[in-house]
Design a protein around this ligand. Structure first.
Ligand SMILES: [Zn+2]
Length: 139
């Protein structure tokens, strides 16, 4: 285990609107606000998501479309070189409460989505890890 300790620099309340893509919109906000790193949580509604699962070699993706709740979203923001990585895992559910979950690749907001971003006082970065093939947090 490796750990780092940061302070919370500020809290951003973010409301996404109809048609906005979650990852891209959050990425733009992080870039424009010079956010060094963050913890994110959120909820809302989506009409399309692309989710992924890492099998140890690659990300396998699948898509879900329809009237969906974004029942929960949790994750973090860290920088991989010059790019802010929005790492979010989500659970989406349909009208009967059936759920799909995974690593969010893409999500299209249908009505609204509400995120709270806790901005860190220090830089949080990612680095390619040869063992896992993943871009891991450098803590
Ligand atoms: Zn993930």
């Amino acid at each position: 285990m490796k750990t780092s300790q940061f302070k919370i620099e500020g809290v951003h309340i973010i409301r996404l609107e109809t048609g906005e893509e979650i990852i891209r919109t959050l990425q733009e906000h992080v870039q424009n606000s010079n956010i060094k790193g963050a913890s994110i949580s959120g909820l809302g509604s989506v009409n399309q998501v692309k989710l992924a699962l890492y099998d140890g070699k690659q990300y396998n993706t699948f898509s879900v479309k329809g009237k969906l709740e974004l029942s929960t979203a949790v994750g973090n923001v860290a920088w991989l070189n010059e790019t802010p990585v929005i790492h979010l895992h989500v659970v989406v559910s349909d009208i009967e409460g059936r759920c799909w979950a995974g690593h969010l690749v893409k999500g299209n907001v249908s009505f609204t989505a509400e995120f709270v971003l806790y901005e860190f006082s220090e830089d949080l970065k990612r680095e390619r890890d040869a063992n896992t093939g993943l871009n891991l947090l450098t803590v």
